[in-house]
Write a protein that binds this ligand. Structure first.
Ligand code: FAD
Length: 383
C-alpha cells in the first residue's frame, strides 16, 4: 500500500492533520491502534483556545461546536478565602476560550472523515516506522509514504523510530497528580475556578450545562478506586469553600488519576518522520494547552505539506520543528508557571507565601493579569 502522508494515531493531532490535508487534496491514510468506540470516549481535555476553534471552523468540522460549545470570557482564581475573576476577553483583545470536550472534537473529525472517504483504519496498531525510507510497519503489512506523521501520543512508537543520539529530551515530573471526576450535575459556577488551598489545588470545570468536570490534587500513584465518592465531594467542598457560595453535587460518572509531566523532545522531525502533538511534547494540564498544541502542530505541518505538494519548495517543512518548538516552549513555560503557582508543592510555609503573593499580584495588576490572559487564550504571535 502507498500514500502521500501516513498518519499514525487518530487523536486530535492525527485527525486534524488528516482533515486539513483532505481539504487540500492531499492523500493520507490514518492508522489507529484502538477501536472507534474507545477513541471517541477517551475523556481528556475540554478547553479550546480561540485559534483552535477558528481552525476547526475553517476545516468545516465546527457545526456542533458552534451549537454546543460554551464560550467563556473569564476564569476565576481562588486563594486565601477570596475568589477573583480574570476577564480574559477584556484583557486579551476580545479573544476567549470555548468549553467543548476533546471527545466531541474527535467525534466530529471522525464523522467528517468517514463521510468523505479517505482511509481511517481502526484496530490497526503500528509496530514501527522507518523515518529514512518512509515506511510504516503495521499489523496488516507495510505502508509506504512520502511523509510519516507521528501523531501517536506520548506512549506511541514513532518517537522511538528516531535513531539514538538524534533527539534531546527535556523533562520534569511533578510529585503530584490530578484526581478528575465527571459528574452529572449542572456546574455550580458558570466559569472555571482554579483554587489554591493549603490542602492542595482544586479545579472546577465543566463539559456542558449538565456535566461538571472537577479535579483535586492528589498523589500521582494513588488509584481513583481508593477514593469513595463521598471523600471526593468532601475534598472538593473543603478546597473550594467560599462564603455565600455552594458546590452542587451529583452522581459521579467517571473518575481517574492523571500524572503530571513536562516533556519536550527536540527536534520534532527526522528524515521523513514528523512528530505532532503529544508524541513530541507533554504539558501539565493546568494551562489547558495539550490539545491546543496538538492542533497547532497539525496546522503547521499541513501548511508546510500544502506548500511542498504545491511546488513551492520545502522551506516550511524544514522549519516545521523550529516553528512548533517556539510555541511549545511558550506553552511549557506557561503551564509550568500555572502549575507551580497553584499546587501545594511542599509543606514549606515560605513557598506558600510566595505563591499567595504571586496570586495577589496576578489578580490586582492589569499587566500581570494580561500576561495570564494572553497565554491562556493562546498567543497570536505564536500562531
Ligand atoms: C488523562 C489525560 C487527561 C488530560 N487532560 C487534559 C486537559 O484537561 N486539558 C488539556 O489541554 N489537555 C489534557 N490532556 C492532554 C490532551 O488530551 C493531549 O494533549 C491530546 O490528547 C494530544 O493529542 P494527540 O493527538 O497528540 O495524542 P493522543 O490524544 O494521545 O492521540 C494519540 C493516538 O494515537 C494512538 N496510538 C498510540 N500508539 C499507536 C500505535 N502504535 N499505532 C497506532 N495508533 C497508536 C492512540 O490510541 C491515540 O488515539 C490530558 C491527557 C491525558 C492522558
Amino acid at each position: 500500500m502507498r500514500t502521500q502522508v501516513g498518519i499514525v494515531g487518530a487523536g486530535p493531532a492525527g485527525l486534524t492533520l488528516g482533515r486539513l490535508l483532505e481539504r487540500a487534496g492531499i492523500e493520507s491514510v490514518v492508522l489507529e491502534d484502538r477501536t472507534r468506540e474507545y477513541v471517541e470516549h477517551r475523556i481528556r481535555a475540554g478547553v479550546l483556545e480561540q485559534g483552535t476553534v477558528d481552525l476547526l471552523r475553517e476545516a468545516k468540522v465546527a457545526d456542533r461546536l458552534d451549537h454546543e460549545g460554551i464560550v467563556h470570557s473569564g476564569i476565576h482564581l481562588q486563594f486565601d478565602g477570596e475568589r477573583h475573576r480574570v476577564p480574559l476577553a477584556d484583557l486579551a483583545g476580545d479573544r476567549s476560550i470555548v468549553i467543548y470536550g476533546q471527545t466531541e472534537v474527535v467525534k466530529d473529525l471522525i464523522a467528517a472523515r468517514l463521510e468523505s472517504g479517505p482511509p481511517l483504519l481502526f484496530e490497526t496498531p503500528v509496530e514501527s516506522v522507518d523515518p529514512e525510507r518512509g515506511v510504516i510497519h503495521h499489523a496488516g503489512g507495510e505502508l509506504e509514504c512520502d511523509v510519516i506523521a507521528g501523531c501517536d501520543g506520548f506512549h506511541g512508537v514513532c518517537r522511538s523510530g528516531i535513531p539514538e543520539g538524534v533527539l534531546t529530551v527535556f523533562e520534569r515530573e511533578f510529585p503530584f497528580g490530578w484526581l478528575g471526576i465527571l459528574a452529572q450535575v449542572a456546574p455550580s459556577i458558570d466559569e472555571l475556578v482554579y483554587t489554591h488551598h493549603p490542602r492542595g489545588f482544586a479545579l472546577l470545570s465543566l463539559r456542558s450545562a449538565e456535566l461538571s468536570r472537577y479535579y483535586v490534587q492528589c498523589d500521582p500513584d494513588e488509584s481513583a478506586d481508593d477514593w469513595s465518592d463521598d471523600a471526593i465531594w468532601e475534598e472538593l467542598r473543603v478546597r473550594t469553600a467560599l462564603d455565600g457560595w455552594r458546590l452542587e453535587e451529583g452522581p459521579i460518572l467517571e473518575k481517574g488519576v492523571t500524572g503530571m509531566r513536562s516533556f519536550v523532545a527536540e527536534p520534532m522531525q527526522h528524515g521523513r518522520l514528523y512528530l505532532v502533538g503529544d508524541a513530541a511534547h507533554i504539558v501539565p494540564p493546568t494551562g489547558a494547552k495539550g490539545l491546543n498544541l496538538a492542533v497547532a502542530d497539525a496546522r503547521t505541518l499541513a501548511e508546510a505539506l500544502i506548500d511542498w505538494y504545491g511546488g513551492n519548495g520545502d522551506d516550511h517543512l524544514r522549519s516545521y520543528s523550529q516553528k512548533c518548538l517556539r510555541r511549545v516552549w511558550r506553552a511549557e513555560q506557561f503551564s509550568y508557571w500555572m502549575t507551580t503557582m497553584l499546587h501545594k508543592l511542599s509543606d514549606d510555609a515560605f513557598e506558600q507565601r510566595l505563591q499567595l503573593s504571586q496570586l495577589r499580584y496576578v489578580t490586582s495588576s492589569r499587566a500581570a493579569a494580561t500576561s495570564l490572559a494572553e497565554n491562556y487564550v493562546g498567543l497570536t504571535t505564536m500562531a
